[in-house]
Structure formats: C-alpha cells, structure tokens
Ligand binder design. Structure first.
Ligand SMILES: Nc1ncnc2c1ncn2[C@@H]1O[C@H](COP(=O)(O)OP(=O)(O)O)[C@@H](O)[C@H]1O
Ligand SMILES: [Mg+2]
Length: 406
C-alpha cells in the first residue's frame, strides 16, 4: 500500500454507478415539475428569437428551486436552433461580479480574439455595440445570481443605454436571484428595467423532491443499493428545511459516501440522518460567503457577540446565546466604521435581519416585557466560531487593510 498511495482511487465503487449524476452541478435531461416555468421562459424569449427586442425577465426563487437548471436548459435549446440572430451569454455573477467583468465575459463569449487584449470599458462597450449592429443581433444576457454584482445599477444602466445606441438589434436581460430584499436595494430605474416581467420558482414539496431524487438515484447508484425509505427521508428533510433540491441531492450523495467509506452495502436512513447534518452546515457556510456585504457584516457581528457572550448573562444558556438586536446593530456599526464603510440605517438593518432569518442563518424571538421593554433577540443557527472564520477568510481578503482594526 505504501508504494501505491493512490491504488484505491480507481477501484470500482460498490455503491455508486455514476457519482457525478448526484452532484448538484449536474443538469438532468428532464427537469421535473418545471414545465410551467420553462414555458414561461420560452414565451418571454419568443419575440427575441423572432428578432424583436423582447421584454426583460426577472426570475426569483429560493436556492435549489431549479432556476439555473431551467435557464440553462432553455439556452441549450436556443443554441440548437439553426438560423436565429439571437446570441446568449450566460453569466454567473458570483464569478463575474462587476459591470466590467460582465461586459468582458460577453466579449469573450462572442468575440474571443478581441477579448484577449484587455481594453478599457468604453472600448469594450463600443465593440459590443458594433458587433450587434453588424447584422441586427439580439443579445440575451442571463445574469445568474445577479444580486452579487457590486455596481449593478451601473451595469443595468449600461445595458439599457446600449439599446438606444444600437441601430438594429438589441440586448435583453434575464436576471436571476434568490434574495427577496434585493428588489428594494435597487435604484428605481434599474428596478423597472429588470422587472418588466417576473417569474417565481416555488420551493419543491417533499413528494416532488422524492421523485427528483429517485430519478437521479437510478442513474447515480448501482441497483438496490439505496433503501427507498432513505430517499424519502432525504426528500422530507430538504422539504422541511427549504424545499431545496440541491440540499436533497447533497444529503443523498453524502449518505452514499458515508456508506462507501464504511464498506457497507446499503444506503440507509441512518446514513441520511448523519449526512444531513454535514450538508446543511456546508450550505450555510457557502451562503454566508455570498451574502451582500452589509448582511455579511451583520452576521459577522452576531458571530462575534455570540462568541463573547451577551452582556446580559441570563440570555446565555449552554451553547445557545441570544443577543439583543440593539447590541448587534451597535457592533455592526462599529465594524463598518473600522472598515471605513458607512453603516446602513436601522430601517435597512431590520430588513436585513428578516432576510437573514428567511434564509435560515439566524433565528429571532420577540422578548416579553421586562427586559428593556419589547425587543428582538437574535441567535445564530450555526456554530458561531465556524461562521466567524468563514467570514474572516473572505472579508479580509477583499479588504486586507482592515484586518488589523476590527
Ligand atoms: N425540477 C428538477 N428536476 C430535476 N432536478 C432538479 C430540478 N430542480 C433542481 N434540480 C437539481 O437541483 C440542483 C439545484 O438546482 P439549480 O437549478 O441549481 O437551483 P437554483 O438555481 O434555483 O439554486 C441541480 O442539481 C438540479 O439538477
Ligand atoms: Mg442557481
């Protein structure tokens, strides 16, 4: 074994048939329970495919409701069409998170030779316009996870502005997001541009998730390696949590990994229970990393306060620490200041808090009368120490100069 440290890796799995089918990044041929949504997307794109400038579309829905899969599915159908003038740029804004990067992505998708040269933003803009004008193309820009674009108002303005600079053809925007309060963060002008048409993806219920999982398990696992009760449990847990197909898939594939590691021959409900604990935490840390800046600072403030313990002793019980909403706000304001950023008003703060609760990162309670009148108590839903280190990794990478001062 010592001579062959990698000897194990090509050994055939006893449990998995095609492991990648179970990955949340895999896009299945058939998307279940999404015919209505796919039809709506197609309907919104129909005028565009006929060469008219269609209306912009905004897609909203919680994580794991199939937004990215459906959009990619429709895009692949468009690419198969023989003679349309429509061109598509799919942009994952987690990677291309500024106007400059998005415009650059468009050129590298369609004008690869030009894109290599590192031009300034005005040159890139004009190049895109000329390319569209050449023969009246319609460019569909899909901005997935649009809420993480730092200068989104500028980006939307630029893309809209382009439409008046283009003589024939045009640009249509499809925005995709899983944050509710996002709409309120926008400048009213970008809001009315982006939300010309809105489409909502509802969370999946437990039966739907079960069907989705069975479909994937058939290809992903070898025959009779999964207890059907394990699939139903994974589906029920994910439905209960958020209706998130990604969570359901992560639980099931982790359960498979645990089963394999232990050299067992059947994925059982016990392995699903164990896997669920890991999967939820992993998703939470991922979520924290993609929060908009001020929400992330608020979570950071809550984590720091939870680690230090509340000043009000009564509120700390075992590992559960409840913090006063007001304490969190002051801490958050302090952190912002030390990073030379202006803290948002308390009205925004309350909005963010309810958003964070919606996303399952925190829980809040109204305290009864007595402790400083009526006030809100906040508790982190995940281990504070891990949340803190997760945030520090990204926060101080983006703002290295502030690392010392917080
Ligand atoms: N209707 C569906 N049928 C089959 N698989 C689905 C469906 N919806 C989501 N999935 C799977 O769930 C995972 C997450 O879906 P995704 O499209 O990324 O969600 P979102 O973009 O809304 O967060 C992917 O692996 C996808 O294949
Ligand atoms: Mg997505």
């Amino acid at each position: 074994m010592e001579d062959e440290p990698f000897a194990g890796i090509f050994k055939e799995s006893k449990i998995f048939a095609e492991r990648e089918v179970l990955s949340p990044h895999y896009i299945p041929q058939h998307l279940l329970f999404r015919d209505a949504q796919i039809n709506e997307i197609v309907k919104a794109m129909t005028p565009i495919l006929r060469g008219e400038k269609g209306r912009n579309l905004f897609i909203y829905g919680k994580t794991g409701t199939g937004k990215t899969s459906c959009i990619k599915h429709v895009i692949s159908k468009i690419r198969d069409l023989p003679t349309v003038k429509a061109r598509v740029s799919y942009v994952n804004c987690k990677i291309y998170n500024s106007r400059y990067r998005v415009l650059n992505k468009i050129t590298s998708d369609h004008m690869p030779l030009y894109a290599k040269r590192g031009y300034g933003i005005i040159d890139i803009y004009e190049h895109i316009i000329n390319w569209i004008d050449e023969d009246g193309k319609i460019l569909i820009v899909v901005l997935d996870e649009i809420d993480v674009v730092k200068d989104l108002d500028d980006l939307v303005y630029t893309l809209t502005r382009a439409n008046s600079d283009i003589k024939s053809g045009g640009i249509a925007i499809i925005g995709v997001s899983n944050r509710i309060s996002f709409k309120d963060d926008l400048d009213p002008r970008s809001r009315s541009t982006l939300y010309e048409k809105e489409l909502v993806f509802p969370p999946y219920n437990s039966t739907e998730l079960s069907t989705i999982l069975k479909d994937r398990a058939e290809k992903g696992f070898k025959k009779e390696k999964v207890d059907p009760a394990a699939i139903n449990l994974a589906a029920a847990m994910a439905a209960n949590e958020s209706g998130d197909a990604r969570l359901a898939l992560m639980i099931l594939s982790k359960a498979g990994e645990l089963t394999e590691e232990r050299n067992l021959s059947l994925v059982t409900v016990d392995s699903v229970r164990e896997a669920a604990r890991n999967a939820e935490e992993e998703l939470a840390y991922e979520l924290v990393n993609t929060l908009p800046e001020h929400q992330r600072l608020i979570v950071y403030a809550i984590a720091l306060l939870s680690i230090q313990g509340s000043r009000y002793k009564k509120l700390t019980e075992g590992s559960d620490t409840y913090i006063f909403s007001g304490e969190v706000y002051s801490k958050y304001a302090g952190i912002s200041e030390s990073m030379h950023k202006e803290a948002k008003s308390s009205r925004w703060y309350r909005k963010y808090i309810s958003d964070l609760e919606m996303q399952g990162l925190i829980q809040t309670y109204e305290s009864g009368k007595g402790i400083r009148g009526h006030t809100k108590l906040i508790k982190l839903a995940y281990p504070p120490e891990k949340i803190r280190s997760t945030i520090e990794k990204t926060l101080f990478k983006e703002n290295p100069e502030s690392a010392a001062s917080v």
